[in-house]
Design a protein around this ligand. Structure first.
Ligand code: GLU
Length: 255
């Protein structure tokens, strides 16, 4: 196991389902809790990058839509409407702890060539400035995560981009269940058997599910970044996992 000091830079992925309560209303208490934990971690000398969904869910709420639009262009429009609200929510929550945040909208193309280097430099500089980068897919021009992933795979690519020590994927599930619905605490290798345990979650508000979470874990682990999947509803989960990633959920280990 790595020493605590080694988990210095963490990427935290916040899923859309965490943002919306049953009535598509924002869970403000959760956002405030995330902000408080980020502030505590920064005070401990850690660095936190957030990959957050929620633009479509918040856009749906602003448009008073109760079910997720089927047409892609409406999903993209909802994301464009919700994205600035998403940032506003983070901005207000982080401001209480005197922290600034920055918006980065990325697509898969940004992980190639010069754009990759530029994004890396920008993120490194933001972290030096004690600023919290909040990353989402650029939904207006890219649709991979809208269609399949709820930012799961994006968070894995980001964790490699920033040379993170840990990727924390927060969701409404507590981790990977075995066949008897017991959490598997650690996975040394993502085998076909492990993949067969993945199952989809409710698609009313968001996409994603264990299939894309496992795929994200595979990408992160192959890139040298251990990954934990855990419930975002657990109190102080980000602080706890950053200090001991074996304490909750399922950890996927690198070789
Ligand atoms: N980028 C999307 C968002 O922020 C991903 C989640 C989704 O497709 O619902 O809402």
């Amino acid at each position: 196991m790595r020493s605590q000091k080694k988990y210095k830079r963490v990427v935290v992925k916040v899923g859309a389902s965490l943002f919306a309560t049953d009535k598509s209303k924002l869970d403000t208490a959760l956002v405030n809790s995330i902000a408080r934990q980020i502030s505590d971690l920064i005070k401990q000398g850690k660095e936190v990058v957030v990959v957050s969904s929620g633009a479509i869910a918040l856009g749906m709420s602003i448009l008073k839509l109760t079910s997720r639009p089927k047409e892609l262009k409406y999903l993209q429009a909802a994301a464009a409407i919700g994205q600035h609200e998403l940032m506003h929510v983070y901005k207000l929550a982080l401001k209480k702890y005197s922290l600034n945040c920055a918006q980065l909208l990325l697509t898969w193309d940004d992980f190639l060539g010069a754009r990759y280097i530029n994004a890396k430099h920008t993120l490194g500089t933001l972290l030096k400035l004690n600023c919290v980068p909040i990353i989402n897919e650029n939904d207006t021009v890219a649709t991979e995560e809208i269609k399949f992933g709820d930012n799961d795979r994006l968070s894995a690519l980001v964790s490699i981009l920033v040379d993170a020590d840990l990727l924390i994927i927060l969701s409404d599930v507590e981790g990977l269940w075995d066949k008897n619905k017991k959490i598997i605490p650690r996975v040394n290798k993502i085998t076909a058997e492990i993949k067969s345990l993945a199952c989809p979650t409710d698609k009313k508000i968001c996409v994603g599910g264990m299939v894309t979470k496992l795929e994200a874990a595979r990408i992160a682990v192959e890139g040298g970044v251990p990954c934990v999947i855990a419930s975002g509803h657990q109190d102080r989960i980000i602080s706890q996992l950053t200090n001991d990633p074996f304490s909750q959920g399922t950890i996927f280990l690198t070789k």
